[in-house]
Design a protein around this ligand. Structure first.
Ligand SMILES: NC(=O)c1ccc[n+]([C@@H]2O[C@H](COP(=O)([O-])OP(=O)(O)OC[C@H]3O[C@@H](n4cnc5c(N)ncnc54)[C@H](O)[C@@H]3O)[C@@H](O)[C@H]2O)c1
Ligand SMILES: CC(C)[C@H](C(=O)O)[C@@H](O)C(=O)O
Ligand SMILES: [Mg+2]
Length: 351
């Protein structure tokens, strides 16, 4: 198989973890006789430095011409610490998601057996956790009207959703649930927010056509607690943009590290694969970041965009073998650990 993969390393640890994922994909290509061509593009703070634009036109064209996109992370403290900066790296990520129509961010949360003690939660709580979050990615308060009053003393971020925006991700979530344990939990704040009440209306209507799938309705504050108290109760979580963002960082604690959680951002055209973590600037250039979320995102790319199931599984098995042998970064094992590159080499050797 011949495929072109757009690689957008971004900022901070993005280039380090993405390099590991690219090496792993190259190793898979060698082993299974495929040709993957990698072409790099700029997004985030590095794109602002080079062009003034966090998501340059050239990067958009690269993404549109690719068969799949592998993304690292964006963000830099010089913007995080300056709320008045007129252009921000995160605008690049949001513009990219919007321009590519990536309306669903799929974030699986599974525990690896050997990592049960890496979580601060008790082993009996985290063992066997297996759920997936369908996070809406191009709507809500991220994209609604925002701004300041003329005197700049008040600010607003408007949360808007349309029926269509809710319906298309609902369909994906129910399709996934049908192949899993047949349960969808809609997480919202319908006791307060009108947008959440629209979500309930649309999702309940949709669910009526699928009587074999259980629909559970849960307020987000309760869900934040339930995720930690009894995460095994969840199968598919369906939720809006910001709730999904927050709940999945929380969920990463179940798996042992934020550096373990991959994701797929999908729409109707080319899909993008990204770890859920950020640019972790404190670790940039130190060869300490966990590359596994990036590698697992690459495995998802193989399976989802190229339908290469055996190849994806080979990569997943390689990650598991590295974990089982204790070849992990410091976030997983503070006493016995390897660097980002070294963990990457071990993973490649197990493919
Ligand atoms: N998708 C993205 O590109 C994305 C996602 C989240 C945050 N950000 C940006 O990243 C910057 C830093 O944000 P933050 O510190 O809140 O979030 P972060 O995800 O970068 O880091 C939070 C913490 O998670 C841990 N962590 C994250 N990735 C890890 C990895 N690969 N290996 C080991 N540990 C890891 C570290 O303890 C770190 O302090 C900000 O500019 C933010 O806007 C970008
Ligand atoms: C950096 C930020 C805009 C982004 C988000 O909130 O979507 C990040 O937290 C993520 O989870 O990908
Ligand atoms: Mg996030």
């Amino acid at each position: 198989m011949n495929k072109k993969i757009a690689v957008l390393p971004g900022d901070g640890i993005g280039p380090e973890v993405t390099a590991v994922a690219v090496n792993a994909l190259q190793r898979v290509a060698e082993k299974f006789n495929h040709t993957f061509t990698f072409e790099e593009g700029l997004v985030g703070a590095c794109a602002i430095d080079a062009t003034g634009n966090p998501f340059p036109e050239e990067t958009l064209h690269l993404c549109q011409s690719a068969d799949a996109i592998l993304f690292g992370a964006i963000g830099h403290p010089k913007y995080d610490n300056d709320p008045t900066a007129p252009v921000r790296p995160e605008q690049g990520l949001l513009a990219m998601r919007k321009a590519l129509g990536l309306f669903a961010n799929i974030r699986p949360v599974n525990t690896f057996k050997v990592l049960a003690d890496a979580s601060p939660l008790k082993r009996e709580i985290v063992e066997g956790v297996d759920f997936v979050v369908f996070r809406e990615l191009t709507g809500g308060s991220y994209f609604g009207a925002k701004g300041r009053s003329e005197d700049r003393n008040s600010a607003y971020d408007t949360c808007t959703y349309t029926r269509d925006e809710i319906a298309r991700i609902t369909e994906l979530a129910f399709t996934a649930a049908a192949k899993r344990r047949k349960k969808v939990t809609l997480v919202d704040k319908a006791n307060v927010m009108e947008t959440s009440r629209l979500w309930r209306e649309v999702v309940q209507q949709y669910a009526a056509n699928f009587p074999d799938i259980e629909l559970e309705l849960m307020f987000v504050d309760n869900a934040a607690m339930a995720l930690i108290q009894n995460p095994r109760r969840f199968d598919v979580i369906l939720t809006e943009n910001m709730f999904g963002d927050i709940l999945t960082d929380e969920a990463s604690v179940i798996t042992g590290s934020l550096g373990m959680l991959p994701s797929a951002s999908v729409g109707s055209k080319v899909a993008l694969y990204e770890p859920i973590h950020g640019s972790y600037p404190q670790a940039a250039g130190k060869n300490i970041a966990n590359p596994m979320a990036a590698v697992l995102s690459a495995a998802t790319l193989l399976e989802t965009s190229f339908d290469l199931m055996a190849e994806g599984q080979a990569l997943r098995n390689a990650v598991e073998e590295a974990l089982n042998n204790g070849f992990v970064t410091v976030d997983i094992n503070p006493t016995h650990h390897l660097g980002t590159r070294e963990v990457g080499e071990k993973i490649c050797s197990f493919v």
